[in-house]
Design a protein around this ligand. Structure first.
Ligand SMILES: Nc1ncnc2c1ncn2[C@@H]1O[C@H](COP(=O)(O)OP(=O)(O)O)[C@@H](O)[C@H]1O
Ligand SMILES: [Mg+2]
Length: 280
């Protein structure tokens, strides 16, 4: 953990910016009858899930039910035993540039600066575009994620929230059509988590990418998602989708501090908690 982390940086909401030039169109994600077992134990069983381009879908469910497994299948880091996963019009067969993943830990390379870490995200793009990951592009993204002035900082000298912002910038510089987030805020303190939720919601709204957010936090799902997929216990095959209220064409985070929004979300919150087995 950092001793020099300026708390002020995490407390400042990220500015809303216009879309970056050259961001590709968001891509839809489709899981059809997807099953995955490990060591003879069924984890995912016949899961169907359709995610529209530019939609934000949260995936919730009990620990061990297969949320990360589902995300790894979409990322091409794993393959299903049965069923198909597609991104855009292509079946997922391997890791590719169209999909980027952010995990719970930032996983930055400690010997590189934040700028160096972000530039790494452009490695694949650079094969066809030599200017990909240029200093100017990296600085623009660092600016977008509220890290202007920290390009030359080493990961060990910044806070967990700042490192996670750099990890998100590293994912976005790949210009993914789909951004996968696996409990990206779980390791952060409560206040930083709220700021990061706003920041990710605003940034993905501005960039227009499809987002799949795995979270164990029902309130996080209610703030950021268009729909919530609730997985049942491992092997159950249950995947219930709960629609959340439309946001007048925007994807800005819902303001749960607003009494009207809170009143609208209250019954949905109960539904989600009931699905998750947390209330009767
Ligand atoms: N590569 C693997 N090898 C063996 N078991 C695995 C592997 N990946 C996941 N599992 C098992 O699958 C189950 C679901 O894991 P995971 O998808 O990580 O759950 P969640 O993210 O919902 O908590 C767990 O019991 C886990 O131990
Ligand atoms: Mg997990």
């Amino acid at each position: 953990m950092s001793t020099t982390a300026p708390a002020r940086v995490d407390a400042t909401p990220a500015p809303t910016r216009p879309p970056a030039a050259g961001v590709p169109h968001a891509l839809p994600v489709r899981l059809t009858a997807v099953s995955r077992r490990f060591d003879g134990r069924q984890v995912l069983h016949g899961i169907d899930l359709d995610i529209a381009a530019a939609e934000t879908v949260a995936v919730v469910g009990p620990s061990g039910c297969g949320k990360s497994t589902l995300l790894r299948l979409v990322a091409g880091l794993d393959t299903p035993d049965a069923g198909t996963v597609s991104v855009g019009s292509r079946a997922v067969t391997d890791v590719d540039d169209r999909v980027a993943v952010v995990f719970q830990q930032a996983r930055l390379l400690p010997w590189l600066t934040l700028a160096g870490n972000v530039a790494l995200g452009a490695t694949r793009r650079r094969r066809t575009d030599r200017s990909a990951g240029s200093r100017a592009e990296v600085r623009d993204l660092l600016d977008r994620v509220g890290l202007a002035g920290f390009a030359d900082a080493r990961p060990a000298t910044v806070s967990g929230g700042m490192a996670q912002r750099a990890a998100i910038a590293r994912a976005l510089i790949a210009r993914p059509g789909v951004l996968l987030l696996d409990e990206p805020f779980a390791a952060l303190d409560a206040l930083t988590r709220l700021t990061m939720q706003d920041f990710v919601g605003e940034l993905t709204a501005a960039l227009g990418t499809t987002v799949v957010l795995v979270t164990h936090d029902v309130d996080e799902a209610l703030r950021l998602a268009d729909r919530v997929a609730v997985l049942g216990p491992a092997g159950s095959g249950a995947c219930d989708v709960v629609d959340l209220p439309a946001r007048d064409g925007t994807r800005e985070p819902r303001d749960s501090g607003d009494p009207g929004t809170a009143a609208t979300l209250a019954p949905l919150r109960r539904t989600l908690l009931r699905h998750a087995g947390l209330v009767a």
